[in-house]
Design a protein. Structure first.
Length: 577
């Protein structure tokens, strides 16, 4: 689906380029045909306005990066020619106008070189001891594009106010050209520094002595997959490096951690990672590019994933390529049998979910609490229709029913929810509903940036007395609290849903057919009142999160990881498979 979307976008860009180029050519014809009439200025303005509209995001996002640099070059050359012809026909061409036009052409000619060099001047390393990486431009190159467009606009309008605009044209074009040349020099400096660093990377890694790598490739806004594991990987007590394959992934992790981050874009770039101190690699998802790293047989490859859930992605045959699969509890092992995936028994190690060590237990029986708080944590659409477990289409109805019961609501949707207009709209309605109720009732609901960015998932757990979610990893983590929870079945009845997703046996199942929740009020009665499944839920918590003492719960992961990597101090006598 993604490849088709990219191709469609490329085709549309090509279509618009043809349209704009054609209009730019016609603008010259119109200018020549109208002679010295001032009305001719409209002709070059038409394609210029289209360029401005098509590249409007470059004015808000471009200054943070490369922006629209290098776009619609042919059309802009033609528009400069049209403006020059227009000035000539009205008799306004002087030395100043010629200088402005030449500078405008020069500034435009530098754009494709700058765009190309900026792609080569990629970031490469961050947070390495004793090295100050040049991973960003010294200034925002994106300003060059709107500056060039401004100069072109002034050139096109010059016949209307030559005394004012002609000097401005030269100044704008000169400023743009100077900025472009400085940017080119900056790119060359960044490329040289990257090459120097890469030439000595093996020696740098040998001096750092990383015990393992964390290898990661994922879509935007996915850094949580890695950051949730960092506090526990740090407890292994050895240096490690985060390895990524794309610039966006590099930016995400470089902004999220102080650990060394390394960008390795090509397959052969990974060869430099093989140093004597490196014993293994941890993975947090099943990205296709993971096989590029797994091919190094001398390292121990360990899959962690980034959550414990009954989704099919948690039991994919792809996991066979790793040496070890760290799972939270027996449920994760049995899940492979459920999906008909045969696995080597020795691949599994039960380590619990260390991320839940700070999850607090219930304040008391929920039916006796006067100030009940309920967390609504829906998932997103997924990549295919069959993996769409999101309850957000009925989310407003769920939240409305909670408010009618006098509950305080903690609303934390999945970070990917903004990828769908439908889910975006549901989130907007819920936030407005909570804001309105807070103003009317004084209840301090938690939502928006506070719940989604400032607070962690565990913070949301601890601020709640119960939870409503979907087929999602947050359900497995929430089990550690012992608090009541409900899961939404988007397509089937409760019994069939529990057979397909065994974790639902620890929850109250809310059945939804389309946009109509079938048993909402009955589920909320159990969830926020009597809670008849409390004892059964605690048994399922052990099944999913491991039979591990609550005290020092995360130590289990640290001990098993150190053993698998062969790090000194691993006490094998205290460990069980």
């Amino acid at each position: 689906m993604k490849a088709i979307s990219v191709q469609k976008a490329a085709d549309m860009l090509s279509l618009w380029s043809v349209v704009v180029n054609t209009l730019a050519v016609l603008s010259i014809v119109v200018v020549v045909g109208l002679g010295d009439q001032r009305l001719a200025v409209i002709a070059p303005l038409v394609p210029l306005v289209i360029i401005l509209w098509r590249q409007r995001r470059a004015f808000t996002r471009g200054p943070r990066g490369i922006g629209g640099i290098g776009r619609y070059l042919t059309a802009r050359y033609l528009l400069i020619a049209a403006a020059a012809v227009l000035l000539y026909t009205v008799g306004e061409v002087r030395v100043l106008e010629l200088v402005g036009a030449v500078l405008a052409v020069g500034a435009l000619a530098v754009e494709p070189m700058l765009r190309s060099l900026n792609g080569v001047a990629a970031p490469y390393a961050e947070n390495f001891p004793g090295h100050e990486g040049r991973n960003r431009a010294s200034f925002r190159y994106g300003w060059i594009f709107p500056l060039n467009l401004l100069g072109l606009l002034a050139l096109a309008l010059a016949t209307l106010a030559p005394g004012v605009l002609l000097p401005v044209i030269s100044l704008i074009s000169l400023a743009s050209l100077v900025m472009s040349l400085i940017a080119l020099s900056d790119c060359v400096g960044r490329i040289r520094e990257r090459r120097r660093f890469q030439a000595r990377l093996p020696e740098t890694l040998e001096a750092l002595e990383p015990g393992f790598y964390v290898y990661w490739h994922a879509p935007p806004r996915s850094a949580f997959q890695v950051t949730m594991w960092l506090p526990y990987l740090e407890r292994l007590g050895v240096p490690f490096v985060l390895v990524v394959r794309t610039v966006p992934n590099f930016r995400q992790l470089a902004n999220a951690t102080e650990h060394p981050v390394l960008l390795r874009r090509s397959l052969t770039d990974l060869d430099d990672l093989i140093v004597p101190s490196a014993r293994g690699v941890f993975y947090v998802n099943n990205a296709m590019r993971n096989n590029h790293m797994v091919r190094y047989a001398g390292l121990t490859h360990i899959q962690l994933l980034h959550g414990e859930s009954d989704k099919a992605s948690s039991a994919t045959p792809v996991i066979r390529m790793y040496d070890r699969d760290f799972v939270a509890g027996q449920a994760a092992i049995d899940r492979f049998d459920t999906f008909g995936v045969t696995m080597r028994p020795e691949i599994f190690r039960i380590v619990g979910r260390p991320q839940v060590e700070d999850v607090e237990q219930a304040r008391g029986p929920i039916g006796e609490l006067e100030d009940r708080s309920v967390l609504y944590a829906p998932t997103w659409l997924g990549y295919q229709a069959e993996t769409n477990y999101s309850s957000l289409p009925i989310g407003p109805a769920i939240v409305r029913a909670l408010l009618e019961r006098g509950c305080r609501v903690v609303f934390r949707p999945h970070p990917y929810s903004n990828r769908s207009p439908e889910l975006q709209e549901a989130c907007r309605q819920i936030r407005e509903m909570l804001a309105s109720d807070a103003a009317a009732s004084g209840r301090e609901h938690l939502y928006g940036d506070l719940a989604e960015n400032d607070m962690s998932v565990v913070d949301c757990f601890n601020a709640s007395d119960a939870m409503i979610s979907d087929v999602s990893a947050v359900v497995g983590d929430f089990l550690h609290s012992g608090k009541p929870l409900a899961m939404v079945s988007p397509r089937t009845g409760a019994e069939e849903f529990a057979r397909e997703f065994p974790m639902a046996r620890a929850a109250y199942v809310l059945v939804s057919e389309g946009a109509d929740p079938q048993n909402l009020h009955e589920v909320l009665d159990d969830l926020t009142g009597a809670d008849p499944h409390e004892a059964e839920r605690k048994a399922w918590a052990t099944y999913y999160l491991g039979d591990i003492a609550r005290e020092n719960y995360a130590d289990r992961f640290v001990e098993v990881a150190r053993e698998e990597l062969g790090l000194a101090g691993a006490d094998e006598a205290e460990l069980t498979p």
